[in-house]
Design a protein around this ligand. Structure first.
Ligand code: ADP
Length: 256
C-alpha cells in the first residue's frame, strides 16, 4: 500500500517536471521567434535608411557643407553597426535549428579551427596548446562554433606585449565532459562574470571590436548539449572558461 502511494507520488512529480520542461521549451521557442522577427523586420527600414543616406551623399555631396557630410557619415557607420548587430541576433535566434547529432573528435575540430583561425593566430603570434581531447557525441557544427568563439576571444582580449597562450583541456566526469579554455589575457572582474553571457553585454567597448553575442551563443550551444558554462578569472592574469557537455544528450530537452 505504502509502496503504491510512493510510486504515485514519484509519477506525479515526474509528470510535473515534464510539464515544466514543456512550458520552458515553448517559452524558449517563443523568445527565439521574437528575436528572429525583430531582427528580420528591422532590417528592411534599416536598408532604406542606408540607401537614402548613401544616395544623399553621392548626389548632393558638393552642396552639403562639410559638417553635414560628417553627420551623414555617422548615420552610415551607425547603420552598418546596426545591420551587423541584427545579423548576429538573427544568427543567435537560429542557433541549434537543424542540429545533427554525431560522434566527432574534439582534437580534430581544434586542428580544423587552427586552420580556420590561422590569420588571427599568426597576426597575434598566439600559441594554442591542447592534449588528451576526446571523441564525444554532440552537435559538431555548433560545438565547433562554441570553441571558435572561446579561442577567438582568448586571442582578442590579450594583454599588450605578452605572448598569447591558449590551452584547451578536457576532463571526463561520470555523466558529462568538462572542457577548459584558458588564456593569459586581460581577465574579467568578478562582478561581470555572469553578465558577459547575456546578449549584447560587452566590456571594454572602445578598445576591442565585437557584437556582444559570442558568449551568449556559447551559452546557448552548451545548453543544447545539456551543459553549463562559466568563467574563472584573475584580472590582468587571465581567464579560464569552463563548459560541460552531457554524455546523455536526450537529457537536454530545452532550447531545441
Ligand atoms: P564580444 O567578444 O563581441 O565583445 P562576447 O559575448 O564574446 O562579446 O564577450 C562578452 C564580453 O566578455 C567581452 O566584451 C569581453 O569584455 C568579455 N570577455 C569574453 N571573453 C574574454 C576573455 N577571454 N578574456 C577577457 N574578457 C573576455
Amino acid at each position: 500500500m505504502q509502496q503504491r502511494i510512493l510510486n504515485e507520488t514519484v509519477n506525479q512529480d515526474n509528470q510535473k517536471i515534464l510539464n515544466t520542461q514543456k512550458v520552458l521549451k515553448e517559452k524558449n521557442e517563443e523568445l527565439n521567434q521574437f528575436a528572429h522577427t525583430i531582427a528580420h523586420d528591422l532590417k528592411e527600414p534599416l536598408r532604406s535608411m542606408q540607401a537614402f543616406s548613401h544616395l544623399t551623399i553621392s548626389k548632393y555631396k558638393d552642396s552639403i557643407p562639410e559638417k553635414g557630410q560628417e553627420f551623414l557619415h555617422h548615420i552610415q557607420t551607425s547603420s552598418e553597426r546596426m545591420a551587423l548587430l541584427l545579423d548576429s541576433l538573427l544568427e543567435y535566434s537560429q542557433l541549434g535549428k537543424g542540429k545533427q547529432k554525431s560522434v566527432f573528435s574534439v582534437k580534430e575540430l581544434v586542428k580544423e579551427l587552427e586552420k580556420d583561425l590561422s590569420q588571427l593566430i599568426q597576426e597575434n603570434e598566439a600559441i594554442i596548446r591542447y592534449n588528451g581531447l576526446p571523441k564525444i557525441i554532440g552537435y559538431e557544427l555548433e560545438f565547433k562554433q562554441l570553441l571558435q568563439n572561446l579561442i577567438a576571444n582568448a586571442i582578442k582580449f590579450r594583454k599588450d606585449n605578452e605572448e598569447i597562450e591558449v590551452k584547451i583541456k578536457a576532463n571526463e566526469k561520470d555523466k558529462h565532459w568538462e572542457f577548459l579554455v584558458t588564456d593569459n589575457g586581460i581577465g574579467i572582474d568578478s562582478k561581470h562574470r555572469e553578465k558577459i553571457f547575456t546578449i549584447f553585454h560587452r566590456l571594454h567597448k572602445n578598445k576591442f571590436p565585437g557584437t556582444g553575442l559570442g558568449l551568449a551563443n556559447c551559452k546557448k550551444i552548451v545548453e543544447i548539449h545539456g551543459g553549463d558554462i562559466w568563467v574563472d578569472s584573475i584580472p590582468e592574469k587571465g581567464s579560464t572558461f569552463y563548459f560541460t557537455i552531457s554524455k546523455n544528450l536526450e537529457a537536454a530537452p530545452i532550447n531545441e
